[in-house]
Design a protein around this ligand. Structure first.
Ligand SMILES: Cc1cc2nc3c(=O)[nH]c(=O)nc-3n(C[C@H](O)[C@H](O)[C@H](O)COP(=O)(O)OP(=O)(O)OC[C@H]3O[C@@H](n4cnc5c(N)ncnc54)[C@H](O)[C@@H]3O)c2cc1C
Ligand code: FES
Ligand code: FES
Length: 486
């Protein structure tokens, strides 16, 4: 059992024990290491000023992704290589992204610039293989949707990204001695870690990084105080806002397996530790509607850290993944020291943030039914802004047509009650009816009667009721337009 964190920053080994192991990554970099190029603005994952690259070993090489360091805890990067804006220079020369930002006037006050630079630099790594084509404007707009600039404006920043010749960008493996890093880190990630310390007020702190679900579940079962941390994109924000102070921490960062996606026998199995960017890549061809929703799930830094399990267990009624899992009749596999059990997702949510999850249980994987032949699935997210915004209303609609008649329908709405809801009366109303705009309009009126939305900062109850009604008509027109285009 190791009692210190081991990771690398800009090619240099770091060993951290005691109270510092509980810092956020951004505080460690700025305060302890004086790497002040990493900026902190919002402290809640919204602006990307704190973006750094985190390289983790997959198939013997380091794969780098940009994450928001303000909502990553230091123990989450155990076994990883962190590259900050200071680490991008090679032999003292500016990185091509830095040079392009200067040449294209991509920076004014400069506070957001290191975040843009690190995020843009990550795009040239391309999951371990060299990128050959220049970045496109459309690609940059998606890739930089987690980075905010308040003064320069985005045109120059996009121009900077498009102007970079990929051949001029040094690969991380050539900037740093990848072989040596991988050889060392590969040893480290095989060790369990447990660090105990005391905070400034004298409270005991403990963080445990087990290698197996069984060990993780045993640790969780020992105390109700245990806080489970997967990607920390929810918990990290709550901690920075002072809503929670995790002191007995179970980090799932190193649990082996269950960060994968597989398809067999019409079932889609996703490990609870899988990050959203991996799901996004897998859904592109498999379920394009899910892919399109995931493109609007936070920004890339959030999707590179946030996990499927975190979204489902956090249990927000406007969590973007839950309606999809309702209509695909997903089962959740829960693991405890005494074994596993499966719960249909609709039975998992007992009330607002109340779950059928026992003290000794963790969510290990989810098993969804893939849409059947001829089944039409559409997902909707309504939010005030298109990118990086929390949903006001979400919907998943799956309809099986028999010719021009609705054979069956499954509908789930989010943001219209304390939990995501299935709409059984609307589903029953639709069965056997002709698939027409009139039918869907009438179904919308039934849907309105099945929900109990509230008014909050994101929208009024009346607005949400109207959305609940209208979305079924929108579904009809989307399907009709798609059919007309074939
Ligand atoms: C800027 C920003 C934008 C966001 N945008 C969106 C968005 O567009 N749509 C959306 O739906 N969400 C969004 N989120 C919320 C968040 O990113 C997701 O809910 C994410 O999937 C959470 O995963 P995580 O691994 O980071 O969870 P964590 O923060 O690590 O954990 C969340 C909760 O789940 C528990 N938990 C985690 N994994 C397990 C497990 N395997 N077993 C048991 N308990 C577990 C934790 O104890 C905690 O209570 C956003 C967050 C931020 C900061
Ligand atoms: S400081 Fe804004 S995302 Fe971290
Ligand atoms: S250059 Fe000032 S915020 Fe972007």
């Amino acid at each position: 059992m190791r009692t210190e964190l081991c990771f690398y920053v800009n090619g240099m080994p770091h060993r951290v024990a005691g109270r510092d192991a509980f810092l956020t990554l951004s505080d460690y970099l700025r305060r302890n290491q004086n790497l002040t190029g990493t900026k902190i603005v919002c402290s809640e994952g919204d602006c990307g000023a704190c973006s750094v690259l985190v390289g983790r070993i997959h198939d013997g090489v380091l794969h780098y992704a940009a994450v928001d360091s303000c909502i990553q805890f230091l123990y989450q990067v155990d076994g990883a290589h962190v590259v900050t804006v200071e680490g991008l220079k090679k032999n003292g020369a500016l990185h091509p992204v830095q040079q392009a930002m200067i040449d294209c006037h991509g920076s004014q006050c400069g506070f957001c610039t290191p975040g843009f630079v690190t995020t843009m630099a990550s795009l040239f790594e391309n999951g371990g293989t060299r990128r050959e084509e220049p970045l496109t404007s459309a690609e940059l707009r998606d890739a930089l949707s987690g980075n905010l600039c308040r003064c320069t404006g985005y045109v120059q920043i996009i121009e900077a990204g498009c102007s970079i010749d990929p051949a001029s960008v040094p690969r991380m493996k050539n900037v740093f001695d990848e072989k040596a890093l991988v050889a060392d880190l590969a040893e480290r990630v095989r060790e369990e870690v447990r660090i105990e310390a005391r905070d400034a007020e004298g409270h005991d702190l403990v963080v445990y990084l087990p290698l197996s679900w069984e060990a993780a579940a045993r640790f969780k079962a020992e105390s109700e105080e245990t806080v489970v941390i997967a990607g920390a994109t929810d918990i990290g924000v709550q901690r920075n806002k002072g809503r929670v102070t995790p002191r007995r921490i179970l980090s799932l960062a190193r649990v082996e397996g269950d960060d994968t996606i597989s398809v067999a026998d019409g079932l889609l199995t996703i490990g609870a530790r899988t990050v959203w960017s991996a799901v996004e890549r897998a859904m592109r061809d498999l379920i394009p509607d899910y892919y399109n929703i995931l493109l609007r799930f936070g920004g890339p830094q959030i999707r590179n850290a946030g996990t499927v399990g975190g979204n489902l267990v956090n249990a927000s009624p406007i969590a973007d993944s839950i309606p999809f899992h309702f209509v695909t009749e997903t089962e959740l596999e829960l693991i405890s020291p005494s074994g596993t059990r499966r719960v249909p997702i609709e039975k998992f949510y007992l009330g607002y943030k109340k779950l059928d999850l026992k003290q000794d249980e963790l969510l290990a994987r989810v098993v969804a039914r893939l849409p059947g032949d001829g089944e039409i699935l559409k997902l909707y997210k309504v939010s005030k802004r298109k990118n990086l915004d929390i949903s006001t209303f979400t919907a998943a609609i799956a309809v099986q047509l028999d010719g021009s008649t609705v054979a069956s329908a499954r509908i789930a709405y989010g943001g219209v009650g304390p939990v995501v809801l299935r709409l059984p009366q609307t589903e029953a109303f639709l069965a056997g009816k002709p698939f027409t705009e009139e039918t869907m309009r009438a179904a919308g009126r039934t849907a309105r009667g099945e929900i109990t939305p509230i008014t909050d900062v994101r929208g009024s109850a009346a607005y949400r009721s109207q959305l609940a009604e209208n979305i079924l008509v929108r579904f009809y027109h989307d399907v009709a337009a798609q059919a007309a285009a074939v």
